[in-house]
Design a protein around this ligand. Structure first.
Ligand code: ADP
Ligand code: ZN
Ligand code: ZN
Length: 741
């Protein structure tokens, strides 16, 4: 074929950041030789009328494209590939496993500035200090050189050398003058790590490990240098972080680097701080709240081996590290490790694949491990590490169920809970109330006709927010004034029903006027730094009652909290998703874990209208472990993960019938892949059949093995892509979906 199209010549096979599963062929830029190119380098290529940054995936010596149609790459950005061979192989694996276009996979793995063609070289910041003769000149003054004199004065006034950034802030313009001072020998230049990289301290000493911690640390350190996945299953407050720290110390001692993933930096800042207080070494933090420049710097510093520890959120799993020795995934069960749009990967699962390729251990840690990970332990793939006891004497408290049916309930709070809050406040302890709904009230109802205020663009109710007096949709962000009359019958007696955190806060204020109440949710922490300030207030003991959403449940160590209450456990009991039970159990266990972390014994109260519900019974009687036992048996009987592999084909469109129509056709193609083991369910509308103005439908594909599913999708997807019906919809494939709603 190649020969038929003329003589062979070197060709760059390039992927681009576009949603197409294909590779593009380009001729080499003028006057360049094939030896200068390798997979993993970026090139500039013409695409349509524009130009794009592409990644070379292969250098070939011919193309099936007609020679007249071949275009020429115009520039090479990198002398060296951006990824190692193993790094490239991981990206290829991810593209293949998640059935996602390779170009977009590369994009996800690169910091934004590299996607746009910025140089992949670490630019160290510069800082300036006076030399001895500079000191003299600063005192004596240089004749007729006012600019130099004032810059000398600024340098002399500063204790430390001044960086570019500080000078930009204090003195403008200064660069020309500085060049003169350097040329005259008055100033010396030093390099320093720019923003995004900090050097920790050794303020904290390692704690003497308790025996379970010591066993865990020993097991992992013995496995350094080879692949092994560990599940560190440790109850809340059992000292998992200390295990990470001691293992990382061993890794650093070997001259290797550590990669630590946490679910959300702002919520788990404590972990970052503990690493920074333990190791007097450069470390980088990587998350989406950073500037592009900071992210680039951290990424390059990691790649060049200039930082010892990288702590980051989901996307940090793609950071290249020169000498990676271990990966740690804290709170491995957390849903935020799964990307929910675009390239839908699981950072936890990618971490295990990466550790395998790099021949290093990976630790998945949690107090409430996912059923997938527990199953992997049972199947012998992961080794279990257990921390069964809390470090500080108090036991993990039992859950007590409060039956809302027979109680006296005021604005969502039962008499029993009020009494308990009062008791704990009187003892000078903190109380935490959990309610996973922000705003004031979730329903605006007309009692005359039964009308409720729904979002026009979603199948969801609008939530009333106090203060700004607005109704908001939490799904699409729609925002509108509160109507004064029913939009159906013009009735004037609209009611606010249900509880949000704002209303809960108001009810508590009315009942405990002397208590200092702090509400922590997405609304109250919108401003940068607001959450950190609030957490400080809690730790300083300057708050008595904390009211909050899921934000409050993640990993926080609040020593003075002794009473935790879940205000409404029921909304999730009736969620149709097969994972709803697992999520609720994890949530209740994690919330409960916030109580009694120090000496005061903790108490955990769960308010419910259905205390007899089997899930609540199991959790309160047998804890999370009890739940895991029954849940795994149920999943096996029903053929759900981890006993089956799932893929979800989603479609949405502004036209009501289009998603269903497309998925019907896709279903036929998948059914025709003649894989008997495949089960195809749907298409169906998800519970929220319309969101942000688009109609939605989905098709669930299940197989007893991942490989079966992979083979079938590899055959089916290229055909689905050719369906004319796919032009009318937005569609995507989600491997191992976490959310079936
Ligand atoms: P987890 O991450 O399992 O919830 P942490 O690592 O936060 O638990 O530990 C809970 C508390 O116990 C922390 O305040 C920590 O400093 C302390 N701690 C952990 N290990 C030890 C130890 N070996 N000796 C004394 N205190 C410890
Ligand atoms: Zn009405
Ligand atoms: Zn909406």
């Amino acid at each position: 074929m190649k020969e038929a199209l003329g003589q062979s010549r070197p060709i760059l096979k390039v992927v681009l950041d576009i949603p197409l599963r294909r590779v593009f062929d380009y001729l080499l830029p003028d006057a360049m030789r094939p030896e200068q190119f390798a997979p993993g380098q970026r090139v500039k290529v013409p695409f349509g009328r524009a130009s794009k940054v592409g990644i070379i995936v292969a250098v070939a010596d011919g193309s099936v494209v007609q020679p007249t149609k071949l275009r020429r790459a115009t520039a090479l950005f990198d002398d060296q590939p951006l990824f190692s061979k193993r790094g490239l192989s991981l990206l290829h694996w991810a593209s293949d496993y998640y059935h996602h276009p390779l170009g977009e996979v590369f994009t996800a793995a690169l910091p934004p500035l590299l996607r746009r063609g910025r140089r992949a070289e670490l630019e160290l910041g510069k800082c300036y200090r006076l030399t001895v003769s500079g000191e003299h000149a600063a005192t004596a003054g240089i004749a007729r050189a006012p600019r130099q004199n004032s810059l000398l004065a600024i340098l002399r006034a500063s204790q430390d050398p001044l960086s570019d950034r500080e000078l930009d802030e204090r003195h403008q313009p200064w660069r020309t003058t500085m060049r003169r001072l350097i040329a005259n020998g008055y100033v010396e230049v030093d390099e320093y790590f720019p923003l995004g990289i900090g050097t920790g301290s050794s303020a904290d000493q390692p704690l003497p490990a308790v025996s379970e911690q010591a066993d865990a640390v020993r097991m992992v350190t013995e496995s350094l240098g080879g692949f092994q996945a560990f599940l560190l299953d440790g109850v809340t407050g059992s000292g998992k972080t200390e295990v990470y720290l001691q293992v990382v110390a061993a890794v650093l001692a070997l001259g290797c680097q550590a990669l630590v993933l946490i679910p959300e930096i702002s919520l788990t800042d404590q972990t970052v701080q503990r690493f920074q207080r333990r190791f007097a070494l450069p470390m980088a933090v990587l998350h989406s709240g950073m500037t592009d420049k900071e992210r680039l710097t951290a990424w390059l510093a990691a790649r060049d081996g200039r930082v010892s520890i990288v702590i980051g959120t989901r996307s940090a799993i793609w950071t290249p590290l020169k000498k990676l020795g271990i990966i740690i995934i804290d709170e491995e069960h957390d849903g935020s490790y799964k990307q929910q749009d675009g390239f839908r990967y699981s950072a936890r699962d990618v971490a295990v694949m990466r550790a395998q390729r790099d021949s290093i251990p990976v630790i998945l840690g949690s107090a409430t491990p996912s059923l997938e990970s527990v199953y992997n332990v049972r199947a012998g793939r992961y080794r279990p590490l257990k921390l069964t006891k809390r470090i500080h004497a108090s036991q993990v408290p039992d859950l007590e169920l409060i039956d809302l049916k027979n109680g006296d309930v005021e604005s969502g709070i039962s008499r029993q809970l009020l009494v308990a809050i009062d008791e704990h406040l009187n003892r000078g302890e903190q109380v935490l109330l959990f309610l996973n709904r922000r705003g004031y009230a979730p329903t605006l109802l007309c009692p005359d006709c039964g009308w409720t205020m729904a979002c026009e663009r979603c199948d969801a109710r609008m939530i009333y927010h106090q203060g700004k007096e607005r109704l908001r949709c939490h799904h699409c962000g729609a925002d509108r004034r509160v109507p004064t009359r029913c939009q159906d019958c013009a009735g004037e007696h609209l009611l606010m029903l249900g509880q949000g955190t704002q209303r809960l806060e108001a009810t508590l204020k009315a009942n405990f006027p002397a208590a200092r109440i702090l509400r922590i949710d997405r609304d109250s922490t919108r401003r940068r730094g607001a959450l950190a300030t609030m957490l400080k207030t809690v730790h300083a003991g300057e708050a008595d009652i904390l009211v909050g959403t899921q934000m409050l449940t993640k990993g926080h160590d609040f020593p003075a909290v002794s009473l935790v209450a879940v205000v409404d456990a029921d909304s999730r009991l009736y969620d149709a998703d097969f994972r709803a039970g697992e999520r609720l159990s994890q949530l209740l266990t994690q919330v409960a874990g916030r109580a009694g972390r120090r000496d005061a014994p903790g108490r955990v109260l769960i308010q419910t209208y259905v205390p007899q519900h089997p899930l609540l019974q199991t959790i309160s009687e047998h804890g999370y472990e009890g739940f895991v036992g029954t849940a795994l048996a149920e999943r096996e009987a029903a053929g759900w993960p981890p006993f089956a592999a799932l893929a979800l084909l989603r479609a949405e469109a502004t036209e009501v019938g289009a998603p269903m129509d497309f998925l019907q056709r896709a279903r036929l193609i998948i059914a025709a892949t003649e894989s008997k083991a495949l089960e195809v369910l749907g298409p169906v509308n998800p519970p929220m059949a319309k969101r942000a103005g688009r109609y939605r439908a989905q098709l669930l594909i299940s197989a007893p093995r991942r490989s079966t599913l992979g083979v079938a999708l590899r055959t089916a997807l290229p055909r689905i892509e050719l369906l004319p019906a796919q032009r009318n919809v937005r569609w995507s494939i989600d491997m191992d979906p976490q959310d079936l709603n």
